[in-house]
Structures are given as C-alpha cells and as structure tokens.
Design a protein around this ligand. Sequence first.
Ligand code: BGC
Length: 768
Amino acid sequence: MTTNLQSIIAQMTLEEKAALCTGASPWTTTPVERLGIPEMIVSDGPHGVRRVPDVNAMAVKSLPATCFPTASCLASTWDVNLIHKMGQALAEECIALNVDVLLGPGANMKRSPLGGRNFEYFSEDPYLAGEMAASIIHGIQSKGVGTSLKHYAANNQEFQRFSISAEVDERTLREIYLPAFEKAVKQAKPWTVMCSYNKVNGTFASEHYHLLTEVLKNEWGFDGLIVSDWGAVRDRVAALKGGLDLEMPGPQERRVRAVVEAVRSGKLDEAVLDESVRRILNIVFKAKETPKNGTFDVNAHHELAYKIAAEGMVLLKNNGVLPLKGQQHIAVIGRAAENAHFQGGGSSHINPTKVAIPFKELQTRAGTAELTYAEGYPRDDSFRQDLIDQAVGLAQAADVAVLYIALPTFKESEGYDRTDLNLTEQQVALIKAVSKVQPKTIVVLNNGAPVAMSEWIDDVAAVLEAFMMGQAGGAAIADILFGKVNPSGKLAETFPLKLSDTPAYINWPGGAGEVRYGEGLYIGYRYYDAKEMPVLFPFGHGLSYTTFTYSNPKVSATRFKDVDGLTVTVDVTNTGKLAGKEIVQVYVHDQKSGLNRPLKELKGFTKVELQPGETKSVSISLDFRAFAYYHPEYKQWITEDGEFDILIAASAADIRHTLTVTLESTLDLPCILDKESTIREWMADPRGRAVFGPFYAQIEAQSRKMFGGESERYGNEGAIGMDIMEMMNDMPLVSVLMFQQGTLTMPAEEMVDGLLMQVHEKTGAPAD
Ligand code: BGC
C-alpha cells in the first residue's frame, strides 16, 4: 500500500495535492479521477448517522437513521461491550447510507455542567471517557467504517467556541483533557481525528504543531488523518505546517490556491504537503475497501437503542415508590410524555427511524390502570398557571403522578452554553405544586447535563435521570418504572447542589479572548473531593431495585513494580430479591506525592450481572498509568515509590473497601536540578542529595548563626522571630549561598554550576 501511495503521490500535480487537502463539498473529499482517487463521504455523528441526501447541502433533513442515546447516557451505562455493539450498529447504518467516516465520538471533558455540548460528551473523568470512546471506535471500525475522534483539544464550552483560547497548563492537559483522546488513539486507532475550533494557549487547535504533530502524531503514533472541525481553519498554510491534513467543509478554491502559492514561493515545504496527502490517501483508499450498499435492520437497531437507554438511565432517588405496582390511576404530567425529548440540537441531530412515545409506552404496560395526561408546561418559556392547575387536579385524583420533565432546547444545545443549572421556572413550579398534593410524585428527567434539584428533591418520591435517551428511550422509561428493567446506570458526572459550587465557576466562560482553566486538575469529583464539598449526587451514583454487598477484597500483590501493575478482585453479592447489575469502581489514592494530586482518581471499573443471592468475583486490572502522574518538568508520566490506597467503591462517595499497596518505581528519571532549584529540591533528588547533602548541615548552622538563631531546629526562633530554615528550604540554592557570600571561597553561581556539573556527570545529562 505504502509504495502504491508513493507512486500515486508522485503522479499528482501540485494543484491536485492541494485540492485533496480541502473538501470538495460539505461532506466529501476531493476525488482525482484520472488517478483513480475516489471521494470519501463523511457524516455526523456521534450517536446516529446524519446523512444528508445531497452532499452539497450543509444542513437539510437527513435520511432516517437510528437515534441512539447521547454520550451522557452512553457513559452512564459503564458498559463497554454494549457501546461496542452500538458502534457496530452505527457502522451498519453508515454502510447502508453510503458513509465512509462517521464524525464521532466526542471525547472532551465536562469541565463545567454549563457546557452546551456536554450531552455529546461522555464524562468529567478522563478514564471513563477514554474507555467509552475507545470501545465505540472499535465497534464502528470493526466493520470497516471510519470514525473521527473529536474535538481535539480543550473544546469545553460553546461561548466564543470559534475563537476563544483555552488557557490550560501542560500537566492539566495531559492528565485531564488529553487522556481520553490518548487512550482512544492508542487502543482503537481512529481513522481520523477532528481538531477543535478553539485556540489552546493562544494557538488555534487547527494550527497547533505541539498538539497535532508532536503529541498526537509523533508521541501517540496516530497514523490516520487530522480533519478540521467545520470551518476551524483560519490560515490554511499554517494549519498544514501544524499538522492539519484535511480542511472541511469544501469547496474552498482560495484555500487550494493559497497552498499552491505557498509551495511555489517556498513558504511551505512540499514534503509537508505530501505527508498530508499520504495520510488522506491512506484513509480514502481504506474507506473504499468497504462496499457501501444495502439496508440496515431498523427494528434490531431500535431494540439496541432501547437496551442502551435502559442500561444508561440512572435512578437518582427512590423512597420505595418504584417500581410501580398495583396503582389504579396514574397521572402522567409533562409535555415530554407526549413529545419525547431524546436528543440534542445541532450537528448531531438525527432524523429517527421511529420514536417510542413515553406516554404510549406507559399505557401499553399499565394493564387495567387508568392513565390521565396533562401537558404541565408549555413549549416556550412562558409561565402558564392554568397548565399547573390542571396537572395538580389530575395528580390529586390519582394514586401516583409521573412527571416527564425535559430541559428545553432553548436552554441546552450545541452552539450556546447554559446560563444556569435550572429547569424552567414553570417546570420547578409544576413539580412543587404536584408534589404538594401527591406524595407519590416521580420525576423523570430528559436532559443532557445536570440540573439543580435542591428546591424540590426532598418533596418528591423518586427521580429517574433518563438523559437524552435516544429514539427508544420512552420504552426504557416505562420498563424501569414498572420494574421490567432493574435500573443499573450510574452517573458519569457529579450533580452539584448549585452552580456556584462547580469547579470552573469563577473562570467561566472567560472573556477578552481567553478562558483560564484556573481549577487545573480539579474538575468534577476531583474538585468536590478536594474542597470536601457536599454534592447533590456524586459521580458514580445510581440506585437499583436490589442491593449489593462487596466482600473479600484482594490485590494480586501488596508490593509491586509500577510496570507490572496490579489486579484488584472483590466478591459482589446480590442481597436483594431481584436480578440486577452493579458497577464496581476502583479509585486510586496516592498517599504522598512530589506534586499535588487529586485525592482519588478512577482507574478501573466493571459491570456485573447478578441473580438474587448470587455472588461473583470481579477483577479489575491497574496498569502503570493508574499510579502515574504527568510531571511538567520531566515532561513525562512518572511514578514515585510509596504507598497507594486502592479504593473499591460503589460510587465516588461510597467506598466499600480500602487496600494499601506499596509501589516500587522502575523509572530512572533524568536529573532536573538546575540553577533555580531550591535546597529542598536538591535534598529530595537522590543525586542532588549525594552531591549537596554534605553541605546542608553547614548551611543550616551558618544561616542560624547569621540570623541570630540557635542551631536547634525548633524552640528558638532567632533574632528575627522566625525559623529561618523553613524559609531557606524553599529558596534556590544560589540565593541561599548569596547570603553566605562572605564565607564562600568562590562566587555563589560558580559553586552551583560546580555542583550541577557533578550531579549531571552522574546522569550524563547536560548542566543546562
Ligand atoms: C461541529 C462538529 C461537526 C461538524 C460537521 C461542527 O460545527 O462542531 O462536531 O462534526 O460541525 O457538522
């Protein structure tokens, strides 16, 4: 293949190469007929195929396809096998609808619950998001259809999404915003990766040499093509130089000319263009190996969408009212019961093959019970007391009230962020009014991201988070309410009590061209853990109609080498009366680390199905990365010797067992001491300690003398009322020596240079 591609490239004119790097239409690449280079058709994505019948149209009604639940719901299944199956079904639809590459999945982090596109993203946790992204990509590509992992990188808000610069430090990028991409790229090898619109630290993602070329292509070994988000390229030549291969959408005649001129004038090395051409051709030809035709099984895919919805919905609260049994009169309230709200607005909007209407689905399962319906709230944001009064009347007369509450599109969609966490004023008033007259009030929510519930949560009997549940979700709700399905989803993101509690609150959404990721590593539960802050529902939370106990926790070794990793096992028993599924989570806590680390981080999970009374032993493997963190000075993931706690948990706030293990790092890290290193850093580094250690006591004695203190560490605070060494330890060695200039035989700088030379002689690294 490679030689073949080289020979094709050799036959291409400069104009043909430049044209290949820009789309021919909104959804197709540029074919070169004389050389047998076909066009490639791409379509949105991510939770269904949005294939427009005419590829020259940007956004017309697309061909019917299965609308699966959106990513919030998918991640809440915590079921990688199911998501893999969804991927395969998506691929079958792509094949039937003549699509070569599906534009998804999205693997960005949920930095703030206000992000308009959060419904399209998996989680606030990079490990969970990475697992989900990798499995859906595997599923789709296993059938010969490509994917586009998006939006790389730091696309976490809609406000000024085409221009804003995400100001985020390297460690936070590596530990929070990139790992889901990294895992998906390394494990599942997506054919394409889509860069985001925004800038990252001042440079457009579409031109970002560090992110596109150094990290994605060189470090992670990505061998597919990088495509721009639609309209993300400002400077075509700079983007090529950065590593962006394909610009979309097309046609863009001027762009093509710009590339040709840049090569002719010597501004762009033709080899750079050739490399992008090679990457594009590689994927275009790969895509053509999968013949596109036929139909897909509409009913089977609808069933799969149902199954995923049923597994992903999260029972947040239940005082025992659910599952419903024996009720004779059910008041069904809320327009979402009749108008299923099952997907979000924007580029991911699917034209569903059919839709399960929640009210009807309830009706077909209700047996002899009478169902009454009231709209409850209007489509728009007007306040209609009459609708509330009508609903209250029905609720009062019924045995139970089920409220279907959907967060309206004007409050949540691609293209704009949410401004608050609230339901509409009318929806809140409705829930309060109904729950006042009907103690058995059940709230079913359709939304893509957390909503505030403090105003009413204590007054209702149960809450089911049904998310943007896909076209079959209405049936899944009914089966959960009636107990045909035992809920087993758990939250993939924290539900906060209020907006001002959220991690990015004081740095959101930015302005003057930039948004500062001031909370750093601490998003989601990492933040609430650090602040010891109560939340409405923690990450990983979800109820079942049965109960589970965890016992017999074990680790494969209590002392282990980082490269060997560990296996954690625990027995899980279904102690209730119904079959059910439990999601077991493993978090890792580093007891002591060189740099601050979150209190705990998710590093493994599994979902297990258990019959009543049944016990199964589950195993979760933890690898090097489960214990490592990214060190910005070493510029690599490092482990440190020491103790780690392994937390076996049912949610981030429900730790069932803690085991302590000892890690031995196998890393031989380079010495990073330099001219500005502090004495504490010199003493912490083994090689630094070997060289400088003998002088430490001298420096301490000298300092204490100079500042009028005793050599005693504590007890005497000296002439200036402080423990001088507490300050000195965090001063650069050179500054400490400056104070002692009079007693030194050579200038402080020279002394430090000398010590550095000795240290680096030991490691072979240069002194600078
Ligand atoms: C979105 C992408 C999408 C593309 C094509 C963009 O506006 O950000 O997610 O794939 O349009 O519709």
